[in-house]
Design a protein around this ligand. Structure first.
Ligand code: GP9
Ligand code: MN
Length: 691
């Protein structure tokens, strides 16, 4: 045999052996898979349906269809939870998987509804606010969509599969071969392997976001819905326990920040301008800024707001910084110059802390400080929190008002204002000065009741050629009639009329002569992008909408939507017509320092700025996103939009602002959780006593 032949033979031999081995392995795998599948049907139904639902919820909300990370994370969580099902006898496993299916479906449905209404994911911390759930219940109910319920098929599927298996005596057969503990351990180990794989895909930013949990969208985008919800449960429990841990480190950061903080406040032309004047601050529910420019057939949506804005100080680039606490977060941020808390809400969870509020400063000046609201006194825990914020009295609901006209969530704004006049008159008589907050209610989502009381039309009239007569005539296209955004405009128009009436009545009583009016929109209207598309892209001639490539098309994309969420802030007084528009970007957190400058008080623990003392301001949102006069930056997307595309910013600019945003949120949260202001003051006092 030649050398060549031997080589040839060896080669043939090796190849055959490998081939046989491969075929055998494949057969084994096939056999094993067949037997695995036929004896794990219920478990697999649970895994597959849970996985599909986890994908669906992201599909309908954050829309990151092609990201593998959340799929791996969801799969790992499902496997680990599913593994424990094997610890039950086969015939009892259904109860286990059924219970988890119901829980998972609940997570998906609740988050789907919550996202549709609040563009964020639900939090266990809000369970504490169960009274609020009742309050906004009708709002949510009317916006429930089919897609919110599609997840329920999982429960149907698991029941169906179970009854089928029962009929086929499947559980008895499996009981004979299944060693539950082994399957549980094996499945658990596979779950852990997937967790390992998932962790290897994570960036340090992802991990820090999971820890902080304030960027809910990006947690769901990267970690999937189940990890998000489990993590949320942990951080909600932590919120209860937080004050017990981590104080020293946070106190150090707090001291460092305030010790090195440079005082940017200046004496400017607004300093002490309104010292000694009374104040009525109007919390304008869901009033967004763009309504000031809106009109239908030549009739303004909000003529009163427009007039006040043109006569007074009008902040036209002003943003709310609310989180899950919506109205209550705005009340807090407005009053304290702190950000909302990152878990739970200040009004429900951290109301008993010592905050340096505008209300307390006015009280120190001898003002009578009160608040008024037509809705339930306990909503957002206001009855308690308002007192701890420094109000002397909270006039609310049936305690102080006759619920004689109901629109949407409760007492109509017109009736609320009408009934408030005699109360304010009395306060004005009994006190030299007062500071009052009036919380409006009618313009609250879903705006559906308004059609019954409003005759404001959201149609579009246009000229059309009558081909028979050859003359042009006016035709009315339906435009926004019957749409949610149409109802919103009607509702804003109603709220604006109510405001106009209030000011007229206050004037008649002589109260406006010595009172400054502050109006702020508390947050955006929570409408979907598709509603804005109806507003911006309507074609009356064809009763249809412009398409992407059509001339004049407005693309309501992510950035358009976010930038459009701004709300009005107006400071107006009858005798001082300031007629000034302030275009610098400004957040709710900046209101207290700005008012402080005008009314003569200063909160040394404020995290915002007097807008007249800064050259370039930054608005940080609770999501970690931020806005300057140059750009809007989304931390969850890790990208931003330049407001003027001809300008540029450096990478350092973005990095520094990202860091600032994270620092601000964390610091503010520490102040809230650890009652830092009180503790710091106590420590200072002790120190001065020792000295
Ligand atoms: C309820 C009202 C609305 O009293 O302030 O609260 P919101 O749902 O906007 O937080
Ligand atoms: Mn609100």
């Amino acid at each position: 045999m030649t050398k060549k032949n031997i080589k040839e033979k060896n080669k043939n031999f090796d190849f055959k052996a490998i081939k046989d081995k491969t075929i055998k392995t494949l057969c084994d795998v096939k056999q094993w898979s067949k037997s695995y599948i036929s004896t794990n049907i219920l478990f697999m139904t649970f895994v597959i349906t849970s996985l599909i639902n986890a994908y669906l919820i992201r599909f309908f909300t954050v829309k990151n269809y092609f990201n593998v990370k959340p799929i791996v994370a969801d799969f790992a969580v499902i496997l680990i939870i599913g593994a424990f099902g094997y610890l039950f006898k086969p015939k009892h496993q259904f109860k286990y998987y059924f219970t988890w299916s119901v829980l998972f479906v609940l997570v998906c449905v609740v988050n789907s509804v919550y996202y549709a209404n609040y563009l964020s994911f639900a939090s266990f911390s809000l369970l504490k606010t169960s009274t609020q759930a009742v309050g906004v219940g009708d709002a949510i109910g009317s916006i429930l969509e089919i897609k919110d319920l599609c997840y329920i098929y999982q429960i149907v599927a698991i029941i169906f599969v179970h009854s089928f298996l029962k009929k086929k005596k499947y559980y008895d057969k499996v009981a004979k071969i299944e060693i539950g503990k082994v399957r549980a351990v094996n499945t658990f180990i596979v779950g852990i392997i997937f967790i390992g794989l998932f962790i290897s895909m994570l960036t340090s930013k992802d991990i820090s976001r999971l820890g902080k949990q304030w960027n809910r969208d990006s947690v769901v985008m990267e970690f999937g819905i189940y990890t998000y919800q489990i993590n949320d449960l942990v951080s909600t429990l932590k919120a209860e326990l937080n004050p017990l841990f981590g104080y020293d480190e946070s106190a150090k950061e707090f001291r460092e920040y305030f010790d090195t903080k440079e005082d940017t406040s200046t004496i400017n032309k607004y300093t002490n301008m309104f010292e000694g004047k009374s104040v009525i601050a109007i919390h304008a529910e869901s009033i967004q800024n763009f309504v000031l420019d809106a009109s239908f057939n030549g009739i303004d949506v909000a003529p009163n707001l427009k007039r006040l804005a043109s006569e007074g100080l009008y902040f036209s680039n002003f943003y709310s910084q609310e989180s899950v606490g919506t109205s209550s977060d705005t009340e807090f941020t407005y009053s304290s110059s702190l950000m909302p808390s990152t878990s739970g809400t200040v009004f429900m969870n951290y109301f008993d802390r010592d905050y340096r509020t505008t209300q307390k400063f006015f009280k120190e000046k001898g003002y009578y400080v009160f608040s008024m609201h037509g809705n339930n006194c306990s909503f957002w825990n206001r009855e308690t929190t308002h007192i701890s914020l420094g109000y002397d009295r909270f006039y609310c609901h049936t305690k102080d008002y006759k619920i004689d006209e109901t629109i949407g969530l409760g007492l109509s704004d017109k009736s609320f204002f009408r009934q408030s006049i005699p109360i304010i008159k009395q306060i004005d008589k009994e006190n030299k000065n007062f500071y009052g907050t009036m919380i409006m209610l009618t313009n609250h989502t879903p705006f559906t009741d308004i059609d019954e009381v409003s005759d404001y039309k959201v149609t579009k009239k246009y000229q059309k050629l009558n081909e028979e007569t050859g003359l042009t005539e006016e035709v009315e296209a339906p435009y926004l009639e019957g749409t949610t955004i149409g109802s919103y405009f009607k509702s804003v128009n109603y709220a604006d009329e109510a405001l106009g009436q209030l000011l007229e009545d206050l004037d008649k009583e002589g109260i406006l002569d010595d009172t400054v009016i502050i109006i702020y929109g508390d947050h955006d209207n929570k409408l979907k992008k598709s509603e804005y598309n109806k507003y911006y892209n309507y074609v009356p001639e064809t009763d249809s909408y412009l398409k992407k490539d059509d001339e004049g098309y407005t693309n309501v994309d992510y950035y358009f939507y976010e930038l459009n969420r701004k709300v009005p802030l107006i400071i107006w007084s009858k005798d001082k017509k300031l007629k000034t528009e302030v275009t610098e970007v400004m957040g709710m957190i900046d209101v207290q320092p700005t008012l402080g400058n005008m009314f003569g008080f200063k909160n040394e623990y404020a995290l915002g700025n007097d807008i007249f003392s800064v050259d370039e301001n930054i608005v940080v949102f609770p999501s970690g996103n931020w806005l300057t006069n140059k750009m809007y930056y989304s931390q969850s997307k890790d990208e931003g939009k330049l407001l003027d595309e001809n300008e540029t910013v450096s990478l350092d600019y973005i990095k520094n602002n990202n860091e600032y945003a994270e620092k601000l949120i964390a610091l503010s949260n520490d102040v809230i959780i650890y009652d830092m202001i009180k503790k710091h003051e106590e420590a200072q006092e002790l120190l001065s006593e020792v000295e």
